[in-house]
Design a protein around this ligand. Structure first.
Ligand code: AHR
Length: 327
C-alpha cells in the first residue's frame, strides 16, 4: 500500500513539473523547469566603478542568496570584451538564465544570438542595449535614464529662473553607455529650449570619482566662470567637489552641482550643501531580478520592460533620508 501511495506521489510531482515550461536553459516548453535549488544564473556586472555599482552588486548577490539560487558572478572591469567572454562562458556552462548590465549600448547582437540559439533566456538589468531585435532578451529591468536627465534639467531651469546666462559643465558617464547617452539627452531636451543655458564643456569622467576630479580640474582652467556642473552620477560629482575646493572655490555656492544616483556619499554632500540637487537612480534591483528569473524558468510571461521607481532629493530631503539610507 505504502509503495502504491509513494509511486502516485512521485507521478503527481512529475506531472506538476512537466506543467511548467521553460528552464534548464530552455523557455521553449521542452524539458522540465529545475527546482529553485537547482537553478544556476550567470550574471555579468559592468565593474566596480561607483558607489552605485557596489550597492547594485551587493543587492543582487544578497537577493539570489536569500532565494537559494546559485549566482555565478563576473566583474567585467568596464570592458565590453570581458562581458562578451563571460556571457560565452555562461552559455558553455549551460546556465539556466543569463543576466547582465551592458557596459555600452551597442555591439551585443552576435553574443545575444548565441544565447538565444542555446535556448538560454537573457535578462538585461540596469542598462539596455540598442539591438533592433528585441527577441534577443526577455526583459529589461532598470531606470528611465532619459527621465533622470529631464529631472536634472527641470531643477536647473527652476534654480536659475532669474539668471540671464548660465554656463554649464557636463561630466558624462562612460562613453557609449545607456545612462551617459540618455541622461545627456533628457537634460538637453529640457534646457535646450532656453538659449541662456550653455553647455560650455562636456567630457567623460567614466562614472568614477577620479575621472570626475581630473576632468573638472582641467575644465575649470578653461572655464573659470562656470555656474553649474551637471554630473551623470554622484561619484563624478564628488570628484568635482574636490577639484572645485582645490581651485579655492566653494562647491554648491560658487559652482552649483546637480548629480544622479543618491548613494550615501552623494546624499551626505547634498546634506552638507556641496551638492545642490540629486536625481535618484536606484541600484536595488536584486529582488525584482530574482522574480523575473523565477517566472522565466517557470515559463510564465514577464514584462518586457520594468521601470524602477525613483525620486529626487533637495538638501532638506537628503538630511531627512540619510539616517535610513541603505546604500
Ligand atoms: O548604470 C547606472 C549608472 O552606472 C549609475 O548611475 C552610475 O553610478 C553607475 O556607474
Amino acid at each position: 500500500m505504502k509503495k502504491i501511495i509513494g509511486m502516485a506521489a512521485a507521478g503527481a510531482m512529475l506531472l506538476a513539473l512537466a506543467g511548467c515550461s521553460g528552464g534548464g536553459g530552455s523557455t521553449s516548453g521542452e524539458g522540465e523547469a529545475p527546482a529553485t535549488e537547482d537553478l544556476i544564473v550567470g550574471f555579468s556586472q559592468v565593474g566596480a566603478e561607483s558607489g552605485w555599482r557596489a550597492a547594485n552588486t551587493k543587492d543582487i548577490q544578497a537577493a539570489f542568496e536569500e532565494a537559494g539560487i546559485e549566482l555565478k558572478f563576473s566583474d567585467a572591469q568596464q570592458k565590453q570584451e570581458n562581458q562578451i567572454k563571460a556571457i560565452r562562458s555562461y552559455i558553455q556552462q549551460g546556465v539556466d538564465v543569463i543576466a547582465f548590465s551592458p557596459v555600452v549600448e551597442s555591439g551585443w547582437d552576435t553574443v545575444l544570438k548565441e544565447a538565444k540559439d542555446a535556448d538560454i533566456p537573457v535578462v538585461l538589468t540596469d542598462r539596455s542595449v540598442d539591438s533592433a531585435d528585441t527577441s534577443l532578451y526577455v526583459s529589461f529591468l532598470g531606470s528611465d535614464f532619459v527621465e533622470e536627465g529631464k529631472k536634472a534639467g527641470e531643477w536647473v531651469t527652476e534654480e536659475f529662473a532669474d539668471a540671464d546666462a548660465v554656463k554649464i559643465i557636463q561630466l558624462e558617464g562612460t562613453t557609449g553607455s545607456a545612462p551617459a547617452i540618455d541622461r545627456a539627452e533628457g537634460f538637453a531636451d529640457v534646457i535646450g529650449s532656453d538659449p541662456k543655458f550653455e553647455v560650455v564643456a562636456s567630457q567623460t569622467g567614466d562614472f568614477t570619482r577620479s575621472g570626475g576630479k581630473q576632468v573638472t580640474e582641467a575644465l575649470l582652467k578653461s572655464n573659470p566662470d562656470v555656474d553649474l556642473i551637471y554630473a551623470h552620477n554622484d561619484d563624478m560629482g564628488l570628484g568635482a567637489i574636490e577639484a572645485i575646493e582645490a581651485a579655492g572655490l566653494t562647491p554648491g555656492v560658487d559652482i552649483k552641482i546637480v548629480t544622479v544616483d543618491a548613494v550615501k556619499d552623494g546624499m551626505q554632500a547634498l546634506a552638507d550643501g556641496k551638492i545642490n540637487f540629486i536625481v535618484e537612480c536606484s541600484p536595488l534591483l536584486g529582488k525584482q531580478l530574482v522574480e523575473i528569473v523565477e517566472k522565466v524558468v517557470a515559463g510564465e510571461e514577464v514584462e518586457p520592460r520594468i521601470v524602477t521607481e525613483e525620486t529626487t532629493f533637495t538638501q532638506e530631503q537628503a538630511i531627512e533620508a540619510l539616517p535610513d539610507r541603505q546604500y
